[in-house]
Design a protein around this ligand. Sequence first.
Ligand code: MLT
Length: 319
Amino acid sequence: AATSLFAHAQTYPGSKPVSIVVPFAAGGPTDRVARDLAEAMRKAMGGTANFVVENVNGAGGTIGATKVAKANPDGHTLLLHHIGMAAAPALYRKLQYKPLEDFEYLGMINEVPMTLIGKPQLPANTYRDFENYIKANSGKLNIAHAGLGSASHLCGLMWQSAINAKEAMTTIPFGGTGPAMNALVGGQVDLMCDQTTNTTGQIEAGRVKAFAVTTAKPLSKHKLLKDYPTLQEMGLKGFDLTIWHGLYAPKGTPPAVLAQLNTALKIALKDADFMKKQDGLGAVIVTDKRVEPDVHKAFVAAEIAKLKPVIDAAKQFAD
Ligand code: MLT
């Protein structure tokens, strides 16, 4: 059925591949979503367009987002990004793009919980031990993230603020939480807050220790993650952080091209293989009206407004 949708359509403008820019290093959760989605969109367009992933990392995702904001709006450069689209305006005074004006919104993709994890040698096994250890070692520990405004940075910011861990730890930036995870597994950094798409496999393999999930509700449907408490259950009132991913094109991309991409995205989100992969990693694909471009754009606008005071209040941890 999918291919018939495009069988009659003219092939996607031009024969060069469609680059899906991931504003973080390969091997991380954003890259994971992009590679799985690229495969599903390739299938959805019945071979009339070849989607490839291009990693452009740095500065918490703002370098990659800037590249797409300024790219030729010919439908051959897309951005797959996340909550960082809404966090960056509160952290970068000279942001090179306006999130709501410089992109065409193609739609929301999924929602992904986060987990608080530590290096295997960390002398803590429960969240309570973990928090006590952090406070007992104030100033001696370091927390990894993927740059100012990344999801891992935002989570760390909110969590340090919630436990009032002033000066408790140094924040160490990486090009993405793929490389950051390697450092954590290797014991070069002490802890991190990262998306389940990247942490589930490592937790299952015993290469990192997990202490809590960041969602308001326990992940009771997930065979592994159901065993970890939420931060609210651990006493952090109102702590509720779920990462979302969306797909964007440069402003000015022709409506006919946007329409093809929107159709392909909706088919891809229902692709059995894509759904199975995302489900196994604790991600929840968006199946309701939030996929719609205008609904997703309104959602991002609301996220920008919601995150500003949260980030302003926690900025002291943003070093
Ligand atoms: C983030 O922390 O924003 C992402 O996990 C970075 C990444 O996908 O590598």
